[in-house]
Write a new protein. Structure first.
Length: 300
């Protein structure tokens, strides 16, 4: 009888290995909490077992994922890259189980967010979450950025989105960063006026604070010509050529354009969107869902 050789692997090739979902879940928990001890509580393992899982994961991937010291745990560049994959693995697992078994989670989830995110980002997240967790009823409260944080701090929201660097919420996780730019009506004349007419959000918005601080530092006289609690309201004022506004660069298209750098307006910088949750089961499930969704988005 002739010996049959396997066509699958050459003699010197390493057999395919599989990333354990338990490893991915533990790694994500460490990234969420910033602590091996807190992550161990979340995944119901001992801190030593969590350390062993991370060591095995790093051996499997052949790279270091975390920097560890006595006070904090931070991600390496490889760790940042792997986190996106881990979120997607966990999300696909949860979606598959929900499809065939139905999610075991139920009850309510209270979410707080600034008006702009509540109009743009949050609806798409909720639509997908309703598919994977149909028995969780999500209640959304939209408010100014600082008011949304207050709702979370007082226990009246289990998940919060916000865009404020100097937050009093220490366990917040950075989701994505956008560049803020000065936008005007295409071929508009508002930018030529003195004092400069600007459209801003209501007080408590980090975008408003960044724009006004940049103008103050550059000693450029301005007046608030239009105030709205949403970027849609600001855009309406820009399109009508009533004012210019500081908004994400991605919004500039068609009838809204970037203000020319030749006009000497100051750069505003970037704004970062954060998320925090209270570690309840429904909130943890939603946070993992958000991370997986953003891993597939252009923001990541």
């Amino acid at each position: 009888m002739n010996e049959i050789s396997s066509p699958l692997l050459p003699n010197d090739a390493e057999p395919m290995r599989t990333i354990s979902l338990d490893m991915a879940r533990t790694f994500a928990a460490i990234c969420d909490t910033g602590s091996f001890r807190l992550a161990a509580n979340r995944v119901n393992r001992s801190p030593s077992a969590v350390s062993l899982q991370v060591a095995k994961l790093e051996e499997l991937l052949n790279c270091e994922l975390l920097h560890r010291d006595a006070r904090k745990v931070t991600l390496t560049q490889a760790g940042e890259q792997f986190l996106g994959y881990a979120r997607r693995l966990l999300s696909l697992n949860d979606e598959t189980l929900s499809k065939f078994r139905g999610s075991t989670l139920s009850g309510h989830l209270r979410l707080a967010a600034p008006h702009d995110l509540g109009i743009s980002t949050v609806p798409a997240l909720l639509k997908r979450f309703a598919v994977t967790h149909p028995n969780i009823c999500v209640e959304v409260r939209l408010d100014a950025c600082d008011a949304a944080q207050d709702l979370f701090g007082s226990g009246n929201a289990q998940v919060v989105f916000f865009s404020e660097q100097n937050s009093r919420i220490r366990a917040a996780r950075k989701l994505y960063t956008e560049e803020l730019c000065w936008l005007q009506a295409t071929d508009g004349a508002a930018v030529q006026n003195t004092p400069l007419p600007i459209a801003v959000s209501e007080k408590g918005c980090s975008w408003r604070d960044a724009a006004l601080a940049a103008l103050d530092q550059a000693a450029i006289p301005y007046r608030v010509a239009y105030s709205s609690d949403t970027s849609a309201g600001q855009l309406a004022a820009v399109r009508a050529d009533l004012a210019i506004a500081a908004l994400p660069k991605a919004i500039a298209k068609n009838d809204v354009s970037l203000v020319s750098s030749e006009l000497g307006l100051p750069s505003i910088g970037n704004v970062t969107t954060f998320m925090a949750h209270d570690d309840s089961k429904n909130a943890v499930a939603f946070a993992a869902h958000v991370e997986a969704h953003l891993a597939e988005s252009p923001y990541r």
